[in-house]
Design a protein around this ligand. Structure first.
Ligand code: FAD
Length: 459
């Protein structure tokens, strides 16, 4: 590409939002470029979904191995890190291959708006590269929120550093018991780290109904994790080999010592800094989010925004979904977002997954619903896997039986939730689910039985 060229669609950021948007735009015949200031594939590929799930899988394998062999984790961990990095590189290579074969121009550097149709791309030690565009898709993602009292550095880690430690820490305090804190906490506990989770609310995994969180919390405790709820971290003192964290609970100060503290209190959208949204007068909310309409369009009609910089759950598949909508809209196709079925998964043991409405939300909105439930406890496949903990919960409209939501806590919840997501997306009823022949013996039978349970309540 020459020093100043025009493309149909310029995508800023190459995470699961940006690279999918660029790919779809190119497939739809647009001249497309994607700008990335760091690594192709974004947070998800390099420091998010992929490396965390690779290490979590290794931690499970180590845990099983240890039960048989009383093995020491240090060598295993080094190999696990190498295994993780191999997967990250494979995935990033896949993104590169897909974009190149689709004809997308990949531009390395940091994008900065000059005006509503021009971006400067800053590359270290090179002059700025200018690019003009007819349409732009912003997909700049997010970064870990830093607490003022506990700035990142030294023994205070963000999830990024926590995924790249070269040795298993002897002890770790996690501040924030959301899904990232729980996943990484359990992973390190399985590798043998003494883990403490500090959570400000009344329960870890605060977004989940208590009955769903309970089996996970039980397992976290069985893995030796110390959970302290209603606790606020106040400050930390870093020493040569350890760190002392001060926290408040019931208005009293307490201390806890560990080798590292990991802060997982949420993510901040990358809409500030050199991106220069102020130069195009594109407003962001107090949380840094960009407002979009149902076609992912910002207040500037030819500029779209997707993924973690927009409202809704900060999840890779939500970013990719919006990416396709934005690209289709730019191509002139009649596409809009429909958020009624965005699955959410916690890769804990047992896994936790939710899609659509919860019982609590239905009650709060006074929507009459029936609840169907069935347990993994009597499922042959779950018993064979020695993973019979947990249940499936289905929420359906009371008179029609149309599925409105579902939650699963148990083995392979991450995979099983897709059947229920499809059912919601298609407007299926609990009777449809109950009458679908599920293979035996499989975990999916628990979904069928939960649906049967709901059907009996409708009749
Ligand atoms: P990102 O993936 O954040 O990508 C944005 C890209 O834009 C980055 O590469 C950045 O370098 C680039 N960029 C930013 N500004 C500029 C600029 N000015 N110029 C050029 N490039 C720029 N989600 C799930 O769905 N499932 C999971 O299991 C899961 N696990 C996670 C585990 C961890 C530890 C973390 C941290 C996150 C996890 N997530 C998970 C969340 C998921 O990673 C994000 O929701 C997803 O990456 C968001 O995609 P995105 O395309 O919006 O942005």
């Amino acid at each position: 590409m020459s020093q100043h060229e025009t493309v149909d669609t310029l995508v800023i950021g190459s995470g699961p939002g940006g690279y999918v948007a660029a790919l779809r735009a190119a497939q739809l015949g647009m001249k497309t470029a994607v700008v990335e200031r760091s690594h192709l594939g974004g947070v998800c590929t390099h420091v998010g979904c992929i490396p965390s799930k690779a290490l979590i899988a290794e931690a499970h394998r180590f845990d099983l191995h240890r039960q048989w062999n009383q093995a020491d984790g240090s060598d295993f961990f080094k190999n696990a890190q190498a295994f993780k990095q191999g997967i990250v590189m494979k995935q990033a290579g896949g993104v590169n291959y897909l974009l190149k074969t689709a004809g997308v121009t990949i531009l390395e550097g940091e994008a900065s708006f000059i005006d509503e149709h021009t971006v400067a791309i800053k590359q270290t030690r090179k002059t700025d590269h200018m690019i003009s565009f007819k349409h732009a898709i912003l997909a700049t993602g997010s970064r870990p929120i830093e607490l003022q009292a506990l700035p990142f550095g030294g023994r205070i880690l963000s999830s990024t550093e926590a995924l790249s430690l070269s040795q298993i820490p002897t002890s770790l305090i996690i501040i924030g018991g959301g899904y990232i804190g729980v996943e990484l906490g359990q992973m390190y506990a399985k590798f043998g780290t003494e883990v403490t989770i500090l959570e400000g609310g009344g329960q870890v995994l605060p977004g989940f109904e208590a009955e769903l969180a309970v089996p996970v919390i039980r397992r976290l405790k069985a893995d030796g994790i110390n959970i302290i709820t209603g606790a606020t971290a106040v400050k930390a003192e870093q020493h040569a080999d350890t760190l002392t964290l001060h926290y408040l609970k019931n208005q009293e100060q307490h201390l806890v010592n560990a080798e590292y503290a990991l802060v997982t209190v949420g993510r901040k959208p990358n809409t500030d800094g050199s991106l220069g949204l102020e130069r195009i007068n594109l407003q962001v909310s107090s949380r840094g989010l960009i407002e979009t309409d149902e076609q992912c369009r910002t207040a500037i009609p030819h500029i779209f925004a997707i993924g973690d910089i927009t409202k809704g759950p900060a999840l890779a598949h939500k970013a990719s979904y919006e990416a396709k909508v934005a690209a289709e809209v730019i191509a002139g196709n009649p596409s809009v977002v429909d958020y009624k079925a965005i699955p959410l998964v916690v890769f804990s043991e047992p896994e936790l997954a939710s899609v659509g409405l919860t019982e609590t939300e239905a009650k709060a909105k006074s929507i009459p619903v029936v609840i169907g439930k069935s347990s993994f406890g009597i499922n042959g496949r779950a018993l064979a896997l020695q993973a019979a903990e947990g249940f499936v919960k289905i929420i359906a409209e009371q008179t029609s039986g149309i599925l409105m939501g579902a939650q699963i806590v148990g083995v392979e919840a991450s995979t099983l939730i897709s059947e229920l997501t499809l059912a919601i997306e298609m407007g299926a009823t609990v009777e449809d689910l109950a009458l679908t022949i599920h293979p035996h013996p499989t975990l999916g039978e628990v979904i069928m039985e939960a649906a049967e349970n709901a059907v009996r309540k409708i009749r």
